[in-house]
Design a protein. Structure first.
Length: 73
């Protein structure tokens, strides 16, 4: 599964790891993805979203169901 945000499409960035001796090897910076329930098109969907989308308010989370009290007779 690709490490890409379902809302903004943000993916990993690539670069080089450089040692003290200036040896260069490939590395990648991963996106901080979290799986969450979101509202999309009137339905509740499970999606992998980055924390930047959560913090900025681009994510609409569904309303929680109210707790039902049971009467014990």
């Amino acid at each position: 599964m690709a490490r890409v945000c379902d809302l903004c499409g943000k993916g990993p960035q690539f670069g080089n790891r450089i040692s003290h001796a200036h040896n260069v090897t490939k590395r990648r910076w991963e996106v901080n993805l979290q799986s969450a329930h979101i509202q999309r098109g009137g339905a509740t969907v499970r999606a992998r979203i980055c924390t930047a989308c959560v913090k900025s308010g681009r994510v609409v989370k569904p309303l929680r169901r109210p707790a039902v009290k049971k009467a014990w007779n």
